[in-house]
Design a binder for this molecule. Structure first.
Ligand SMILES: [Zn+2]
Length: 255
């Protein structure tokens, strides 16, 4: 039996603004166009959890489903991960700088919103979203892909993330310490979220050789003269002028 392979896409500025706070009609139109643009015909619906920096992993087909249209299902309860079985569904996160992690093992996968607060909780006793997700996987058989987020070049963490200035307070002091960096603006302490995701995945037992990082930066990556992705950080840096958009990060399984 051949196993399905994982496919992914990050739809950015040129595909529209995927901010779920947009008027629903408009949002669904943007989603329909995106779906037609990127997804193969066997994918007939998208499951996109309503994210809120939790560590909850949702699955389509439960009483938690919030049906927006025939082709878009969200969750009633907040969740930051979605399990994926079969080739007729894609899972999506609407992100505006947070990296996305895809974990895959044989014929199933999960998409995770890998924002800093999903990876490292403010309470050191609390497990992060990778630990929560790994309950569904055997680390020795799993593979991972990290993509679609902001780089250490541009991310400026909010000061309430105190453990960034004092890693001993965090659940993973050594890992966090090794991911500290400075932004390209100079003097701003930051965390390399791609490296943090990578090192936490390794810590969870996944082989380094089975982790792929596609470390484009949502804040500064360009296509020609134009910014390629929506970026909440860039929006803040620009004095909040213009639209605060979200990208649509998708994964699906191809037969
Ligand atoms: Zn950047």
């Amino acid at each position: 039996m051949t196993m399905p392979r994982i496919c992914k896409a990050v739809l950015g500025k040129k595909h529209g603004n995927f901010h779920p706070a947009k008027p629903r009609e408009e949002f669904l139109r943007t989603m329909d166009q995106a779906q037609a643009y990127v997804l193969p015909s066997q994918v007939r619906r998208i499951f996109a959890p309503a994210t809120a920096f939790t560590t909850r992993i949702a699955e389509i087909g439960s009483s938690d489903d919030d049906t927006w249209s025939e082709r878009l299902i969200r969750t009633k309860e907040k969740a930051d991960g979605a399990l994926l079985h079969g080739t007729d569904t894609a899972v999506a996160i609407f992100n505006g700088d947070c990296p996305i992690i895809c974990l895959k093992q044989e014929d199933f996968a999960v998409i995770l919103h890998a924002g800093y607060r999903c990876l490292i909780r403010s309470d050191a006793n609390e497990e992060g979203i990778i630990e929560a997700a790994m309950r569904h996987f055997d680390p020795l058989r799993a593979e991972a892909l990290v993509f679609g987020g902001i780089g250490p070049c541009c991310w400026i963490p909010e000061p309430d993330k105190t453990e960034i200035w004092n890693p001993q307070l965090s659940r993973h002091p050594t890992i966090l310490e090794s991911c500290l960096s400075e932004t390209k603006y100079g003097g701003n302490r930051t965390v390399d979220l791609y490296k943090l995701a990578n090192d936490l995945l390794c810590h969870a037992g996944i082989y380094q050789t089975r982790i792929t990082l596609e470390a484009q930066c949502t804040c500064c990556a360009k296509e020609g003269d134009a910014f390629k992705f929506w970026s909440h950080t860039r929006h803040e840096n620009e004095g909040q002028t213009g639209e605060d958009g979200r990208n649509c990060s998708l994964i699906w399984l191809a037969p």
